[in-house]
Design a protein around this ligand. Structure first.
Ligand SMILES: [Zn+2]
Length: 332
């Protein structure tokens, strides 16, 4: 890298830090239904207005040692964390795609995904204002093939579209359908919607940006991330409330996972009949386990749903950065 390029990356990092600071404020004020553009920042405890020199991203937090200058109330670690993450993501986007329209589109996407993560983690809400515009934006992105991934034109109703645009439309439908269907299934079994309406819109948005192959990978990855994060927590709750039936069902789910992975492996080695048997068995055990878990949830009225936005966002960003390299691993 030349000195000029490093200088540019440093500038982008600073822009990212400032943007992160702004996104923090947007997220928090959306939750409080405050005006986030014109109101000056103030300390949530002593209500003292925060001077500009105490509002410098990252730096002020370090200099003030995480405490308000006036009342010494601790400043949430969320502020420097979001600023740093935004800075890093901005640098990565710029590093990969340079000064291009693609970079601008991805920076808009990243910024909205950060606000979505903040509001979903804090209060389990995804605001329409952050998620809905991402759907048309993603479709525009692919309509004009701003990503530069189109391989051919596809004729549809006599009009030639970029293949990535067709994929984006399918992806948006698939993303929305996944959450709608599972939400309703969850309702059928447990009397409670498994996902919020915000997840449906976010699913549609990510589908619109990354196409039908992208959204399949995003959904699969986010389920894995959610399991890694959620299962220990849910197990802990089951043990605490002596919910042994559900605990066994969780064991069943794990067994089903192991069986299906083993089945796939044997399938690759050529043992097709055994592989199919194992996979069918894993579906059976998995299905029964899910049924037991939902049944017990309904009986005990004990729901431990985690927000699904954050794992979706992480998976979405991963697919964004890896682009075609990740769809390469799909068998279709
Ligand atoms: Zn204060």
């Amino acid at each position: 890298m030349t000195e000029l390029e490093i200088f540019k990356l440093v500038c982008i990092f600073i822009i990212g830090l400032v943007m992160g600071s702004f996104l923090n404020v947007v997220g928090i004020r959306l939750l409080k239904e405050e005006d986030f553009v014109f109101e000056r920042s103030k300390c949530p405890k002593c209500k003292e207005k925060i001077a500009w020199y105490d509002n410098i991203p990252l730096l002020s937090y370090v200099l003030l040692r995480g405490k308000c200058r006036h009342c010494s109330e601790s400043i949430s670690f969320q502020y420097p964390l979001v600023e740093l993450i935004t800075g890093i993501l901005f640098v990565l986007v710029y590093y990969f795609w340079g000064s291009s329209i693609k970079t601008i589109f991805f920076l808009i996407l990243v910024s909205n995904l950060i606000v979505i993560t903040i509001t979903d983690l804090k209060e389990k809400v995804i605001f329409d204002i952050n998620s809905i515009p991402l759907i048309p934006l993603g479709l525009i992105f692919n309509f004009f093939d701003i990503g530069g991934n189109s391989l051919e034109k596809v004729e549809f109703l006599g009009v030639a579209f970029n293949d990535v645009f067709i994929s984006a439309v399918l992806g948006a439908l698939l993303g929305a359908a996944f959450f709608e269907i599972f939400s309703r299934l969850g309702y059928l079994f447990s009397g409670e919607y498994a996902f919020g309406g915000g997840d449906t819109i976010l699913g549609a948005a990510l589908g619109a940006w990354f196409g039908w192959k992208g959204i399949i990978i995003i959904l699969a990855l986010s389920l894995v991330f959610q399991m890694i994060l959620g299962i220990p927590l849910i197990m802990y709750n089951f043990i605490k409330s002596r919910e042994y039936q559900s605990l066994c069902a969780m064991g069943g789910l794990f067994l089903a996972l192991v069986l299906s992975i083993t089945g796939r492996y044997i399938g690759y080695q050529g043992g097709y009949n055994l592989a199919i048997g194992l996979i069918i068995l894993s579906f059976l055990i998995g299905g029964i386990s899910v049924f037991v878990i939902f049944k017990r949830m309904r009986e005990t009225q004990n729901y431990t749903f985690l927000p699904f936005g954050p794992p979706l966002v992480i998976a979405g960003l991963l697919v964004m950065f890896l682009e075609n390299k990740i769809t390469f691993y799909l068998p279709f």
